[in-house]
Design a protein around this ligand. Structure first.
Ligand code: NAP
Ligand code: GLV
Length: 325
């Protein structure tokens, strides 16, 4: 029997799977724990299921020497010191694939809402009422159908975003670390270097992981390369964009708008964004549908159960740690 600590309220059926396997399960169902709280809560745990807002750094790994697996409830693992975990033989897992379609849907929801000023129009209608149909209303938006979509990071989510764009007859451009010839053919997508993609796209959707290479990938210079009528959508991670530079670009009308699900210093949101009409903001809800969250929870539990049985977890991020455990 092992102790499994979960830092969030969880689905009862998934708790039952862990308990039925004979494990002791502790659940933290409250405000974010913070480091001292996490260390106390997960003391002597062998399995740890965490949120992407839980920072699993060197100090946490050092303070939890019994850990065998950290299962992240999310695909991005920038909150975890994966190299440090690997050195200690701690397995790290994530939840890829099961959240791809929901996150691509949200990218599109942000794209459409920003292009057609849906949130702004709704807010104005509630506040001011419906003034009657006019030919040139104040919520004139921008076309989506037939426009050019630039996708930065052409992995699972990036390609799912592109699949949806086919229904809108869009020209699809992408930039990614490696070329994807099969996806290019299947989706009619064209690879372009980042700076060229930025200059040609009407919509730029960010789908890269946060790494040392992608931090501030989009800064003042890159925003300056975008079309004045272009819209930026970020469903990746906040720090991929220099938020200060983005606020300036939006305030000065150097780009048309932005749809943002992620922020540079979450849960803080740049005050400059709050006052802008040409942005749509969502609180990091890319994968937040009931069905997707159920699949993520189930996958995290599959990973923990496998690791604690001494089997290779299905979505292992650090295979280098595997033979050592
Ligand atoms: P993925 O399949 O690994 O796709 C990421 C893509 O980015 C890969 O094609 C990768 O290239 C590319 N890439 C990596 N580093 C790059 C760089 N320096 N420059 C250009 N391209 C680079 O991951 P995914 O499942 O699509 O998820 C992507 C990210 O979305 C996650 O890491 C997470 O941060 C974010 N996300 C956010 C939400 C949300 O709620 N908003 C939900 C889910 C995911 P290679 O193919 O060469 O590896
Ligand atoms: C969410 O942001 C994830 O990485 O799954």
């Amino acid at each position: 029997m092992a102790k499994v600590a979960i830092t969030t309220k969880f689905f009862p059926e998934e708790l039952a799977r862990l308990k039925d396997a004979g494990h002791e399960v502790v659940v933290h169902d409250g405000q974010p724990l913070g480091k001292p709280g996490l260390l106390a809560f997960a003391k002597e745990a062998e399995g740890l299921i965490v949120l992407l807002s839980d920072r699993i750094d060197e100090e946490v790994l050092e303070g939890l020497p019994t850990l065998r697996i950290v299962a992240n409830l999310g695909v991005g693992v920038d909150n975890i010191d994966v190299a440090g975990a690997t050195r200690r033989g701690v397995l790290v897992t994530n939840t890829p694939d099961v959240l791809t379609e929901a996150t691509a849907d949200l990218a599109w929801a942000l794209l459409m809402a920003t292009a057609r000023r849906v949130v702004e129009a709704d807010r104005d209608l509630r506040r001011e009422g419906f003034p009657g149909w006019t030919f040139l209303p104040k919520h004139l938006g921008t076309d989506v159908y037939g426009k050019t979509l630039g996708i930065v990071g052409f992995g699972r989510i990036g390609q799912a975003v592109a699949r949806r764009a086919q229904g809108f007859a869009m020209r699809i451009l992408y930039f990614s670390r490696t070329r994807k010839p099969e996806a290019e053919k299947a989706l009619g997508a064209r690879f372009l270097p980042l700076h060229e993609l930025l200059g040609e796209s009407d919509y730029v959707v960010l789908c890269v992981p946060l790494t040392s290479e992608t931090r501030h990938l989009i800064g003042a210079r890159e925003l300056g390369l975008m079309k004045k009528e272009a819209i930026l959508v970020n469903v990746a991670r906040g720090p991929v964009v220099d938020e200060e530079a983005l606020v300036r670009a939006l305030q000065e009308g150097r780009i048309l708008g932005a749809g943002l699900d992620v922020f540079e210093r979450e849960p803080e949101v740049h005050p400059g964004l709050i006052g802008l009409r040409n942005v749509v903001l969502t609180p990091h809800i890319g994968s937040a549908t009931w069905a997707t969250r159920r699949r993520m929870a189930a996958l995290a539990v599959d990973n923990v159960l496998a690791a604690l049985r001494g089997q290779r977890p299905p979505t292992l991020v650090n295979p280098e740690a595997w033979p050592k455990t």
